[in-house]
Design a protein around this ligand. Structure first.
Ligand SMILES: [Zn+2]
Length: 269
């Protein structure tokens, strides 16, 4: 059984995954995860779609928002499903790069964060997967993404660290396909666990760390709100949420981000 502990320790799968990737590259040439264009992990067109930035409300946080790279539809939906559920781990680098630009260009420009953005330690907390999703995928995909994201932010001169602080108790699930608000809220009614051993590391990450929740897809926002609530319960203030995509089908359309900062063309990634 694949667990949070194995994911955190990196004890599972990486060598095997690398070998399988090498074999696949020989046997099956790579194609864009979004549109199938040959010889790309993500083609420029699909990468460009990840610049359709959105803002969703996230009450209880310092900024009150979760910023998302794009709407969850079309090619972006295909990319995220390939990455999450079909083991296309080569997409992780592109997705981490897109998220790193969202943080440096948009999150750090949020008025509530500007006074702290210069020297704060950015603490990235990946949203948890359910125990059943961990077993099915054999990995905690958000932890892998967040670790790479922290690495990219450090290369951009930021002090960024990963804290896998939140787990979902066994028996609780979260699923982007379960988009009905009441259904999702009900599934998460047992709450979110805060890992005490990780919580004890937080004071070592600066006097006023900037805590960001990192998710893949925001549907109703219920999962992220539960996580904010769990963290507030242990006196951890979340600055903002960030996510790869925001689904419009939940009936809560994201507000486009326009004019707050310049957007670098995806081709320059
Ligand atoms: Zn493409």
């Amino acid at each position: 059984m694949f667990t949070y502990a194995e994911a955190a320790d990196g004890r599972h799968g990486s060598g095997v995954a690398a070998l399988l990737t090498s074999l696949r590259d020989v046997l099956l040439p790579r194609a864009c995860a979004g549109c199938g264009r040959p010889d790309h992990i993500l083609c420029e067109s699909c990468l460009g779609l990840l610049d359709g930035r959105r803002e969703r409300p996230l009450p209880g946080t310092l900024t009150g928002v979760c910023l998302c790279c794009a709407d969850y539809r079309g090619a972006i939906r295909r990319v995220l499903l390939e990455w999450k559920d079909h083991g296309d781990e080569e997409c992780t680098g592109c997705l981490a790069s897109v998220l790193s630009r969202l943080i440096t260009e948009e999150v750090m420009s949020l008025p509530a964060l500007r006074p702290h953005a210069v020297d704060a330690c950015v603490v990235l907390i990946p949203l948890p997967s359910s125990a059943s999703s961990l077993r099915r995928r054999g990995r905690w995909h958000m932890l892998s993404l967040t670790r790479l994201l922290a690495s990219l932010l450090r290369r951009r001169g930021m002090d960024a660290k990963v804290l896998p602080l939140l787990h979902l108790p066994a028996g609780l699930a979260r699923s982007v396909e379960a988009s009905h608000a009441a259904q999702r809220a009900g599934r998460l009614s047992g709450g979110v666990d805060v890992v005490r051993s990780e919580l004890e590391r937080l004071p070592t990450m600066g006097t006023r760390p900037m805590v960001l929740l990192v998710d893949d897809i925001v549907t109703t926002g219920s999962t992220m709100r539960r996580c904010v609530s769990a963290l507030r319960g242990v006196d951890v203030e979340v600055a903002a949420g960030v996510a790869l995509a925001s689904t419009p089908k939940a009936g809560i359309p994201g507000r486009p981000l326009v004019g707050r900062s310049s957007v670098i063309p995806a081709a320059s990634l």
